[in-house]
Design a protein around this ligand. Sequence first.
Ligand code: FES
Ligand code: FES
Length: 212
Amino acid sequence: MNEPQDDAGELPDPSRRAFLKDFGLSSLGAVAANGGIIGALQASCANPTQDIQTLGPDATDITLSVNGKKQSLRVEPRWTLAEVLRDHLHLTGTKTGCERGACGACTVWMNGKTINACLTLAVDAIGSEITTIEGLSDGTSLHPLQQAFIEHDALQCGFCTPGMVMSCAALLRDNKNPSIDDVKDAVSGNLCRCGTYNHVFEAVQSAAKNMK
Ligand code: FES
Ligand code: FES
Protein backbone atom coordinates (compact mmCIF):
# COMPACT_ATOMS: atom_id res chain seq x y z
CA MET A 1 0.00 0.00 0.00
CA ASN A 2 1.35 3.47 -0.89
CA GLU A 3 2.05 5.90 1.97
CA PRO A 4 0.19 9.26 1.73
CA GLN A 5 2.50 12.06 0.59
CA ASP A 6 2.21 15.85 0.63
CA ASP A 7 2.30 18.10 -2.44
CA ALA A 8 6.12 18.07 -2.45
CA GLY A 9 6.06 14.29 -2.57
CA GLU A 10 7.43 13.98 1.03
CA LEU A 11 6.06 11.63 3.64
CA PRO A 12 4.24 13.48 6.48
CA ASP A 13 6.03 13.67 9.84
CA PRO A 14 3.91 11.50 12.16
CA SER A 15 5.71 12.58 15.34
CA ARG A 16 3.84 13.87 18.40
CA ARG A 17 5.83 17.10 18.14
CA ALA A 18 4.61 17.65 14.60
CA PHE A 19 1.02 16.89 15.59
CA LEU A 20 1.12 19.37 18.47
CA LYS A 21 2.73 22.00 16.26
CA ASP A 22 0.08 21.62 13.55
CA PHE A 23 -2.76 21.42 16.04
CA GLY A 24 -1.52 24.44 17.96
CA LEU A 25 -1.24 26.54 14.81
CA SER A 26 -4.69 25.58 13.58
CA SER A 27 -6.20 26.18 17.04
CA LEU A 28 -4.59 29.59 17.28
CA GLY A 29 -5.98 30.37 13.85
CA ALA A 30 -9.48 29.49 15.06
CA VAL A 31 -9.07 31.56 18.20
CA ALA A 32 -7.77 34.52 16.22
CA ALA A 33 -10.85 34.27 14.03
CA ASN A 34 -12.97 34.68 17.16
CA GLY A 35 -11.10 37.88 17.95
CA GLY A 36 -9.98 39.23 21.33
CA ILE A 37 -9.37 35.93 23.11
CA ILE A 38 -5.64 35.87 22.41
CA GLY A 39 -5.37 39.34 23.88
CA ALA A 40 -7.16 38.21 27.02
CA LEU A 41 -4.90 35.16 27.28
CA GLN A 42 -1.81 37.30 26.83
CA ALA A 43 -3.03 39.68 29.53
CA SER A 44 -3.66 36.87 32.00
CA CYS A 45 -0.28 35.25 31.20
CA ALA A 46 1.42 38.56 31.84
CA ASN A 47 -0.05 38.62 35.36
CA PRO A 48 -1.10 35.07 36.24
CA THR A 49 -1.81 35.80 39.91
CA GLN A 50 -4.15 38.68 39.21
CA ASP A 51 -7.47 38.23 41.06
CA ILE A 52 -6.34 34.95 42.64
CA GLN A 53 -6.48 34.92 46.41
CA THR A 54 -4.20 32.40 48.05
CA LEU A 55 -4.85 31.05 51.53
CA GLY A 56 -2.79 28.87 53.83
CA PRO A 57 -0.83 26.91 54.69
CA ASP A 58 -1.49 28.63 58.02
CA ALA A 59 -4.96 28.81 59.53
CA THR A 60 -7.05 31.67 58.28
CA ASP A 61 -9.96 33.70 59.63
CA ILE A 62 -13.27 33.24 57.90
CA THR A 63 -16.74 34.66 58.34
CA LEU A 64 -19.91 33.05 57.11
CA SER A 65 -23.55 32.97 58.06
CA VAL A 66 -24.96 29.73 59.43
CA ASN A 67 -28.72 29.49 59.93
CA GLY A 68 -28.95 33.26 59.89
CA LYS A 69 -26.23 33.77 62.50
CA LYS A 70 -22.88 35.32 61.63
CA GLN A 71 -20.00 33.02 62.52
CA SER A 72 -16.35 34.09 62.59
CA LEU A 73 -13.74 31.43 63.17
CA ARG A 74 -10.21 30.42 62.37
CA VAL A 75 -9.92 27.41 60.09
CA GLU A 76 -7.20 25.42 58.44
CA PRO A 77 -7.50 25.60 54.65
CA ARG A 78 -7.93 21.81 54.45
CA TRP A 79 -11.00 21.72 56.71
CA THR A 80 -14.28 20.90 55.03
CA LEU A 81 -17.49 22.73 55.69
CA ALA A 82 -18.88 19.51 57.20
CA GLU A 83 -16.01 19.41 59.72
CA VAL A 84 -16.51 23.02 60.65
CA LEU A 85 -20.26 22.63 61.09
CA ARG A 86 -20.03 19.48 63.17
CA ASP A 87 -16.75 19.78 65.08
CA HIS A 88 -16.40 23.51 65.54
CA LEU A 89 -19.94 24.92 65.46
CA HIS A 90 -21.41 21.77 67.06
CA LEU A 91 -24.20 21.52 64.52
CA THR A 92 -24.17 17.73 64.43
CA GLY A 93 -27.44 17.40 62.55
CA THR A 94 -25.37 17.38 59.37
CA LYS A 95 -24.01 13.85 59.05
CA THR A 96 -20.89 12.56 57.36
CA GLY A 97 -20.99 9.11 55.82
CA CYS A 98 -18.78 8.54 52.81
CA GLU A 99 -16.98 11.91 52.93
CA ARG A 100 -16.52 11.73 49.17
CA GLY A 101 -19.75 13.04 47.69
CA ALA A 102 -21.47 9.70 47.25
CA CYS A 103 -24.10 9.42 50.01
CA GLY A 104 -25.59 12.89 50.50
CA ALA A 105 -25.72 12.58 54.30
CA CYS A 106 -23.90 15.91 54.55
CA THR A 107 -26.34 17.86 52.33
CA VAL A 108 -26.78 21.50 53.39
CA TRP A 109 -27.73 24.65 51.51
CA MET A 110 -25.10 27.14 50.46
CA ASN A 111 -26.75 30.36 49.29
CA GLY A 112 -29.94 28.35 48.83
CA LYS A 113 -28.42 25.58 46.70
CA THR A 114 -27.95 22.04 47.97
CA ILE A 115 -24.29 21.06 48.30
CA ASN A 116 -22.27 18.26 49.83
CA ALA A 117 -20.60 19.82 52.85
CA CYS A 118 -17.98 17.05 52.81
CA LEU A 119 -16.76 18.22 49.40
CA THR A 120 -16.81 21.93 50.20
CA LEU A 121 -13.85 23.53 51.89
CA ALA A 122 -14.77 25.90 54.69
CA VAL A 123 -12.68 28.61 53.02
CA ASP A 124 -14.87 28.27 49.93
CA ALA A 125 -17.87 29.17 52.06
CA ILE A 126 -16.47 32.55 53.13
CA GLY A 127 -19.30 35.10 53.05
CA SER A 128 -21.90 32.45 52.21
CA GLU A 129 -25.29 31.80 53.75
CA ILE A 130 -25.32 28.22 55.02
CA THR A 131 -28.51 26.50 56.09
CA THR A 132 -28.36 23.21 57.96
CA ILE A 133 -31.12 20.94 59.24
CA GLU A 134 -31.00 22.88 62.53
CA GLY A 135 -32.01 26.02 60.66
CA LEU A 136 -34.91 24.53 58.75
CA SER A 137 -37.57 25.01 61.41
CA ASP A 138 -38.29 28.30 63.13
CA GLY A 139 -37.16 26.86 66.45
CA THR A 140 -40.66 26.33 67.87
CA SER A 141 -42.41 24.15 65.31
CA LEU A 142 -41.16 21.66 62.80
CA HIS A 143 -40.93 22.44 59.11
CA PRO A 144 -43.98 20.81 57.41
CA LEU A 145 -41.61 18.42 55.67
CA GLN A 146 -40.09 17.29 58.95
CA GLN A 147 -43.62 16.72 60.28
CA ALA A 148 -44.50 14.74 57.15
CA PHE A 149 -41.38 12.58 57.53
CA ILE A 150 -42.62 11.63 61.00
CA GLU A 151 -46.20 11.00 59.88
CA HIS A 152 -45.15 8.89 56.89
CA ASP A 153 -42.50 6.94 58.74
CA ALA A 154 -39.89 8.18 56.28
CA LEU A 155 -36.93 7.30 58.48
CA GLN A 156 -35.57 4.25 60.20
CA CYS A 157 -32.05 4.68 61.57
CA GLY A 158 -32.26 8.36 60.62
CA PHE A 159 -28.68 8.72 59.48
CA CYS A 160 -29.57 9.83 55.96
CA THR A 161 -32.57 11.86 57.11
CA PRO A 162 -31.07 15.35 57.63
CA GLY A 163 -29.52 15.30 54.17
CA MET A 164 -32.66 13.80 52.65
CA VAL A 165 -34.81 16.48 54.29
CA MET A 166 -32.53 19.29 53.11
CA SER A 167 -32.70 18.01 49.52
CA CYS A 168 -36.49 17.66 49.64
CA ALA A 169 -37.02 21.00 51.39
CA ALA A 170 -35.06 22.71 48.62
CA LEU A 171 -37.33 21.02 46.10
CA LEU A 172 -40.49 22.16 47.90
CA ARG A 173 -39.17 25.70 48.18
CA ASP A 174 -38.73 25.87 44.40
CA ASN A 175 -41.54 23.60 43.24
CA LYS A 176 -44.90 23.77 45.02
CA ASN A 177 -46.33 20.80 43.16
CA PRO A 178 -43.56 18.24 42.61
CA SER A 179 -44.23 14.99 40.79
CA ILE A 180 -42.82 11.70 42.03
CA ASP A 181 -40.14 12.02 39.36
CA ASP A 182 -39.24 15.47 40.68
CA VAL A 183 -38.83 14.01 44.17
CA LYS A 184 -36.76 11.12 42.87
CA ASP A 185 -34.58 13.59 41.03
CA ALA A 186 -34.18 15.74 44.16
CA VAL A 187 -33.00 12.81 46.28
CA SER A 188 -30.92 11.19 43.55
CA GLY A 189 -27.79 12.15 45.49
CA ASN A 190 -29.09 10.90 48.84
CA LEU A 191 -28.59 7.24 49.70
CA CYS A 192 -30.72 5.51 52.32
CA ARG A 193 -29.34 2.18 53.42
CA CYS A 194 -32.62 1.46 55.24
CA GLY A 195 -34.60 1.76 52.01
CA THR A 196 -37.11 4.39 53.09
CA TYR A 197 -37.44 5.89 49.62
CA ASN A 198 -41.14 5.17 49.05
CA HIS A 199 -42.02 6.70 52.41
CA VAL A 200 -39.86 9.72 51.60
CA PHE A 201 -41.73 10.20 48.31
CA GLU A 202 -45.07 10.05 50.16
CA ALA A 203 -43.85 12.47 52.82
CA VAL A 204 -42.72 15.05 50.28
CA GLN A 205 -46.00 14.93 48.37
CA SER A 206 -47.97 15.17 51.61
CA ALA A 207 -45.88 18.16 52.75
CA ALA A 208 -46.41 19.81 49.38
CA LYS A 209 -50.19 19.58 49.91
CA ASN A 210 -49.93 20.92 53.45
CA MET A 211 -47.77 23.83 52.38
CA LYS A 212 -50.30 25.13 49.79
S1 FES B 1 -20.61 12.46 53.57
FE1 FES B 1 -20.82 13.94 52.05
S2 FES B 1 -21.69 12.87 50.41
FE2 FES B 1 -21.33 11.33 51.85
S1 FES C 1 -33.12 5.88 57.44
FE1 FES C 1 -31.33 4.71 57.75
S2 FES C 1 -30.05 5.33 56.15
FE2 FES C 1 -31.92 6.24 55.68
